[in-house]
Design a protein around this ligand. Sequence first.
Ligand code: B12
Ligand code: SF4
Length: 477
Amino acid sequence: MIQIADLFTNQLFQVSEMKIAFYTSRIKGELLQEMPLGIGYIWAFLEKKAQEKGLDIEIVFCQTIDEILAQRPDILAVGCLSQSVDDAVNAMEQAKKDNSDIKIVMGGYHITLLPELLPKAADVAVLGEGEYTFYELAQLALIGKFGKEWFKHIKGICYEDNGRIVKTEPRDFIANLDSLPHPKREVYDYTGIVGVFTSRGCPYNCIYCSSQNFWKRKFRTHSADYVIDEIERMIELFNPHTIHILDDLFLADKKRFDDIYIKIIEKGINKKVAFRAFVRANLVDEDSVRKLKEMNFVLIRFGAETGSERLLKILKGGTVSIEDGQRTIDLCHKYNIPVSASFMFGVPGETRDDLQQTYDFLRKNKEKKFKIEGFYYFVPFPGTDIWKFAEKGGFVNNNTDFTKLNPMLCSMGVSKENAIYMNDTNIPFDEFKIMVEKIGREFSTTRFHRFLAFLMKNSVLRSIIVRGVRIHRRLRK
Ligand code: B12
Ligand code: SF4
């Protein structure tokens, strides 16, 4: 295997400058909510390497296709999730049409989990963790060797060759996450909430989750010192009112959590900023909730998914129980931290009895400081066990309209053709829809959901909204 980095030491390249444009695809009609951290990490890593090696690389972040065309980059790097792959393909096609010499690199969840669907407009895709792989591809471009005969030397990519998709040897995960620079965030105009990712991966195996398939169930963390440094820098740069910890498993490493807790209190960071985080209910105990309160956590979110023990066991492999969810709610209530959960409906195998149990769970907790983040129609994500099940059942395939994989709120009045409903044998769709919309109306607690639920109660308004959503979807297609 050729060490691409050696090419630099051997001075085999002559290019003096290069422009790279990053683009993150978006679900139509949705605004970019924050700086995509995946791109932010790659950007910061490239900047660091360029500085070390004295390379002249200009990097820009484009929020629209027009911006890409105006920038005329040498490399277009496009990140995308499954739900917005249509936008990614459109951006890549337009960029290629405008400049046939442009080099296009794709990356992120969708292509990593479905590499066989590499779009024609993409020259190559980075599979999995992107920092080193993208840097090596950028080096190939710098030395004028960005092509199939050289791609085979790069680990962790896929590209098309003679009509078939070639996947190179997988790349090992970065062993020491602290060796990475903090992700670039300065290109985004933050107002109030800034996100941070303090670990990568998750060892659990929930049947519906892409994250564990993407990160191969390997759990790695940044050290407490690195996290505190990053938080302090975020405060300095953006003065946020809240920092959102986006990790899958922030509480998993108790020793690290305690170290972060001690440093936040010692440095008085809890006086400058509030926090919110996702947690997994089985990892929540009284000690952690007390500490979260002291650290100024103002919101804790978790995926409750269902009120049925039977169904939860299927979804999460018996690693978390309804009692864990209840304990999380009760402890947060006791320590006065608002707690918010999301639920999914329409899981294959869900029965009327399961739905009733979810209803009972919600009723029981209605009076507590317990918000509902969302009641979502269940959709299968590529790379998961449930995706394989859906494929076997003929519900999805490689030609599926991936925009349908955007989990819709039950209050949005989804129709059967817009949903991927795999549970007709247990509960016919029409009956299911009435049941979950009722739950949505009764228990939605966020202002937006409540407002929607209120509108949906009126039959005229409901039909206008439903028609609007359908027209919107048709136009999107
Ligand atoms: C934060 C977050 C969001 C944020 C920001 C998303 C963003 N673009 O960064 C918001 C709230 C906007 C969001 C929205 C949605 N999200 Co989201 N989100 C996450 C979350 C929790 C963390 C992402 C993150 O920052 N990771 C940290 C960085 C380091 O990792 P990374 O982004 O994967 O980046 C690395 C590689 O992927 C790669 N890479 C990434 N981009 C690129 C680009 C290029 C060019 C290259 C070469 C490489 C590359 O290199 C990076 C560095 O190593 C993940 C779960 C998770 N644990 O990853 C879900 C997750 C990505 N989201 C998911 C979903 C479903 C959604 C939504 C549909 C929301 C919904 N309704 O449920 C929308 C869709 C938005 C869209 N544009 O399509 C799913 C994706 C499933 C799938 N197969 O596509 C995930 C995996 C959750 C899950 N467990 O299933 N999300
Ligand atoms: S849903 Fe959460 S706990 Fe389950 S595998 Fe995914 S990231 Fe891990």
